[in-house]
Design a protein around this ligand. Sequence first.
Ligand code: ZN
Length: 205
Amino acid sequence: MANPINDIEIVGGHPAVDFVNTVHNWRAPDAPDYLQEYADFLTWSQKVGLLWKGAEKHFLSRPDWEQRAALDEVRLLRTDLHDLFAALSAGKPLPQKALEHLNGVIRSTVAWRCLAADPKDACRSLCCLWEFRDAPAQAALGPVAWKAAEWLELGDANRLKTCPADNCGWLFVDTSKNRSRTWCSMKTCGNAAKVRRFRARQKSN
Ligand SMILES: [Zn+2]
């Protein structure tokens, strides 16, 4: 069977939001998780551009127990980010515990964050990057945690929405001009809703 992480739809509009969407269905207690292994998280990070190709070699050379513990951390952070984003999109106060956990991940990964002269700009300006030499498996959470913090501070909370489909609950940033987007994806939830409306119309005819 193909690894589902390679097939996941990236529709959140921001990497931190797409990270939350690696749970298939937030409305079900035991919905399938796209992140079955620590390696899936690395694959996903590369897919959304948070980790460069080749970085996985370093992390996958870390001891198994460390990778397993890091996957637990990944899932905890994801739940906390879900709670933070969901509160934000509903206009509710942000859950303090989730915020504290995010701060904890930021503090524990800052050691691998560094400033460098940007080679894309012939080294005339600075860029922020990650230097993971000797870093533990848990350090791979840094890029997504920092992206999330950036969005929580600077993103447009009014554009953050939760997909209303029964078996979804994915989050997305609605970047449409008149903020009219309802579904996380027209291919899946939007299309299912269309099919349901069509069938309902057929029945009533
Ligand atoms: Zn959806």
